[in-house]
Design a protein around this ligand. Structure first.
Ligand code: PQ2
Ligand code: NAD
Length: 226
């Protein structure tokens, strides 16, 4: 594996985008969706970046790159149309141990932005290790065509619900295998999924309690027979 896939929490963390064209705006919009604090440095900005710059968390700096803009950054994206500048940004960032994505050189880059299916909190990210970006896009479309919005919407809601229930379920079922059985039922229970699809909060809570009780009974029986 050449690149390890991870999902980073960049909320309120300072990130730098160098460049003001189409590719820079694409990457800056992604960082902005991840709620990063953004500095964007370039002599010229396209209209999408000028629009993004109205956001309180985004600062546009209209000048050519200089190294001091890296100070305090968690990561940087080198997205100018000049490969020499992009490489020098990569080297400055690497010296400072800052992760740097270089948009025109998959061999001299410290991270890659994957093709994305963003159904937050469910996110599917795809990469070819920088070998074939078009293939990443095609694979993304292929996977998207198998995952309808109708099936992803309730799963995303279930995932969010699961997040808010995790501590309660941990307290309820100390045994890992019972917890696991509970979650398998939680994500496949037709009645719960139906309630989620209908945004029926009352029914959602009733079915969660039912699943907790059912798994609790299994747990109790296991303890008795031990
Ligand atoms: C996946 C995606 C995500 C995104 O952009 O967010 C993405 N590129 C996408 C599309 C795309 N990019 C390019 C074309 C035109 C056809 C072509 O030239 O191939 C198309 C096709 C199109 O636009 O449909 C041109 C291109 N891209 C890179 C280079 C440099 C080089 O290879 O030397 C050049 C040549 C530039 C030039 O010639 O000047 C480099 C990178 N592009 C990456 C990501 C990273 C590796 C991802 C992986 O591991 O697969 C990496 C290494 C760096 C990075 O950007 O992180 C997105 C698909 C989104 C989707 O459809 O969902
Ligand atoms: N990663 C990808 O998916 C992908 C896809 C297509 C193209 N590319 C590469 O991305 C590069 C950028 O593409 P684009 O369409 O955004 O180009 P563009 O010409 O629209 O924009 C280039 C930007 O870089 C800025 N710039 C130039 N020198 C600078 C400097 N010293 N400091 C700061 N900013 C500087 C310019 O002001 C301009 O805003 C291309 O050269 C291409 O190699 C990557």
């Amino acid at each position: 594996m050449d690149f390890m896939p991870i999902f980073c929490d960049l909320k309120e963390k300072l990130c730098l985008v160098v460049g003001g064209g189409q590719i820079a705006s694409h990457k800056a919009e992604l960082l902005s969706r991840a709620q990063a604090r953004l500095t964007i440095v370039a002599p010229t900005f396209n209209h999408r970046l000028l629009e993004l710059g109205k956001n309180a968390n985004v600062s546009l700096v209209q000048e050519a790159f200089s190294e001091h803009w890296l100070t305090g950054c968690w990561l940087v994206i080198a997205a100018t149309d000049d490969p020499v500048i992009n490489q020098s940004i990569y080297h400055c960032a690497t010296q400072r141990q800052i992760f740097c994505n270089v948009v025109d050189d998959p061999l001299q880059t410290s991270f890659i932005t994957p093709a994305l299916i963003d159904h937050s909190p469910i996110i599917i990210a795809l990469s070819t290790g920088g070998n074939a970006p078009t293939l990443s896009g095609l694979l993304r479309q292929e996977i998207e065509s198998h995952l309808s919005t109708a099936s992803l919407d309730p799963l995303s809601t279930l995932a969010t619900l699961a997040g808010s229930l995790r501590q309660r379920v941990k307290n309820y079922f100390p045994a890992v295998h019972i917890k696991h059985q509970f979650w398998l039922k939680f994500f496949t229970d037709k009645m719960l999924i139906n309630a989620v699809e209908h945004h029926d909060t009352l029914a959602i809570n009733v079915h969660i309690q039912r699943l907790l009780t059912e798994s609790g009974a299994v747990s109790l029986n296991e303890n008795r027979s031990n």
